[in-house]
Ligand binder design. Sequence first.
Ligand SMILES: [Zn+2]
Length: 80
Amino acid sequence: MASRFPPPSYSPDGEHARVPTFECDVCGKKVEGEPAGRGLYVWTRGDEARYEEPPLCARCANAIGLAALAQWELEEDDGE
Ligand SMILES: [Zn+2]
């Protein structure tokens, strides 16, 4: 049954297949593909807390992930 279907990289416009890009929030590099991970920023102003999850490249995600893991153990927060 799997006989005819266009290859994954085929695009009707005849251009290169669209690869999503993003800018790493830490090193500012433009990376192709999906973010390897997301950092977690927490801003606090008085009683107000704001969370941001910027896209990260593999390198930074790994570095921050390790740091975040250490933090998760310190302050456990059951959000969702
Ligand atoms: Zn990076």
